[in-house]
Design a protein around this ligand. Structure first.
Ligand SMILES: C[S@@+](CC[C@H](N)C(=O)[O-])C[C@H]1O[C@@H](n2cnc3c(N)ncnc32)[C@H](O)[C@@H]1O
Length: 230
């Protein structure tokens, strides 16, 4: 567990970490919370809530600080729409670092403080019910070694950038993700790099570029097997 990430405050007042191992930040320094809300919640989870009747099954690449997971829990409770949340993390942060993050305070949700800590202390591969509408499974593994038992209909692709970990953004990886998804599944990422978009297309996704969060012109939403209107 890495204890030496540096904690910083991003431009919207929410914390993020600078990875000691990779030398990059876990979120946009222009606003960690803004980025999570724009990319993963608004473009991904809200899309799913409006378009899927079935239960929402999220796969997150990169649990990190748990910000995306916490925001998703709050949404599940607000809309009373069940979410099964599965997240992958190869290098979990130390619990002292999780405790130092200001997300509970900034989101004004002390009711879910224990749930947030339980996410961080959860054992690998154990599904826990963290609130009425939110179940959570953390897989402590590299995505390269992940073998899924089920299929998903939402992907939050929140790996460190292609400049840092190019192997996580290529066609082989996108094809692996594609095969883990149900038809109509929605995939979202803050990244809009040309080579990544080409990899998604080659894997079979239909792309929808969207305006990015503060500091980023564009982000990516991609859908599996879109049914075209006749
Ligand atoms: C951009 S951060 C994720 C931020 C996170 N979603 C949040 O809300 O704080 C990327 C994460 O991917 C993890 N990671 C790096 N390489 C990985 C790999 N090969 N497999 C799984 N996780 C990995 C890092 O440890 C880091 O926590």
């Amino acid at each position: 567990m890495n204890k030496h990430n540096q904690l910083i405050t991003s431009d919207d007042g929410s914390h993020t970490l600078i990875s000691d191992q990779f030398g990059v930040s876990y979120h946009s320094t222009h606003g960690a919370l803004q980025e999570s809300i724009t990319v993963f919640l608004a473009a991904g989870l809200h899309y799913a809530r409006h378009n899927f009747i079935s239960e929402i099954k999220v796969l997150e690449m990169g649990f990190g600080t748990g910000l995306n997971a916490l925001l998703s829990l709050l949404e599940a409770e607000k809309y009373r729409k069940p979410i099964q949340y599965s997240t992958l993390e190869a290098y979990p942060i130390h619990i002292d670092q999780a405790n130092a993050l200001n997300y509970i305070e900034i989101l004004n949700c002390s009711k879910f403080q224990n749930a947030f800590i339980n996410m961080h202390t959860a054992e690998s591969n154990q599904t826990i019910q963290l609130s009425n509408y939110f179940s959570f499974t953390k897989h402590i593994t590299k995505i390269e070694n992940f073998e899924s038992e089920g299929k998903y209909n939402v992907v939050y692709y929140d790996a460190f950038a292609p400049t840092t970990q190019p192997e996580l953004w290529d066609e082989t990886m996108m094809k692996r993700i594609y095969d883990l998804l149900e038809d109509q599944a929605v995939f979202v990422s803050y990244c809009a790099k040309g080579s990544f978009k080409r990899a998604l297309k080659a894997a079979g996704f239909v792309l929808e570029p969207l305006p990015g969060p503060p500091g980023k012109r564009e982000m990516t939403r991609a859908i599996k097997n879109v049914i075209s209107p006749r």
